[in-house]
Design a protein around this ligand. Structure first.
Ligand SMILES: CC(C)(COP(=O)(O)OP(=O)(O)OC[C@H]1O[C@@H](n2cnc3c(N)ncnc32)[C@H](O)[C@@H]1OP(=O)(O)O)[C@@H](O)C(=O)NCCC(=O)NCCS
Length: 196
């Protein structure tokens, strides 16, 4: 992987400008894969849209329902990775979702960011299972899940409203037993990433 140094951190209120710039610029590439939400893309991704989103993410995190991170590459924000719908008890499960700016794609950024999050979820956050749902047409995201070792478990028909229609999604999952050595360590041994 050649992209550079990838780190995860909490979102900051001051991320508004960079977040908005990337999301407005990359609308066509992101909108195809993201859940349909009311309102115009330009409004939902303007700098003014960030404070309420940031605040909602923080509130969910404080309630233990989500683990939201921004992804930085060489110190600059390039995307987000979020663990959502955290359910405890006998499930100890959640979903994982991610996006990165088009300018950094195919450099291993999403794979490394998701691996860091998976390790955190399994080693520190007490989760047992992570699920990812992806449109069958989203080859790049499926490749990320393959590299991470998520297994395809089935297909959800007309599962999620994405880009204005109910889309089928493949369900991928990983449980803690699948990665006893941790994902970062596994990817390191496969030569897919290196530690500083
Ligand atoms: C999916 C996404 C997060 C991948 O991010 P990324 O940082 O480029 O991911 P990585 O570089 O770690 O891995 C991408 C892999 O897909 C491959 N790839 C990229 N475009 C592809 C395509 N059209 N068809 C097949 N493979 C593709 C890359 O070559 C790479 O594989 P490799 O390492 O074997 O060469 C990014 O494309 C994105 O943000 N897309 C829009 C939002 C989105 O789809 N989110 C996920 C919703 S489920």
């Amino acid at each position: 992987m050649s992209a550079g140094t990838i780190e995860l951190r909490k979102a900051k209120l001051s991320d508004a400008k960079t977040w908005s710039r990337i999301r407005l610029r990359d609308r066509r590439y992101l909108e195809e894969w993201e859940p349909t939400v009311g309102g115009a893309w330009g409004d939902r991704n303007s700098t003014f849209a960030w404070p309420p989103q940031w605040s909602a993410l923080r509130a969910l995190a404080r309630r233990g329902q989500s683990l939201p991170f921004v992804i930085t590459l060489n110190g600059g924000l390039v995307g987000q990775v979020t663990v959502g719908n955290v359910v405890r008890g006998a499930l100890c499960s959640a979903w994982i979702g991610y996006w990165v700016g088009r300018h950094v794609t195919s450099g291993g950024v999403a794979t490394a960011a998701a691996a860091l999050v998976v390790d955190h979820c399994f080693a520190s956050a007490g989760l047992h299972r992570l699920e990812a749902t992806v449109r069958p047409e989203n080859s790049a995201s499926i490749r990320v899940l393959d590299k991470l070792g998520f297994r395809e478990e089935g297909k959800f028909l007309r599962y999620l409203d994405v880009a204005g229609d109910w889309r089928d999604h493949l369900c991928y999952a990983l449980t803690v037993e699948d990665v006893p050595e941790g994902l970062v360590s596994r990817l390191r041994h496969e030569g897919r990433l290196s530690l500083p």
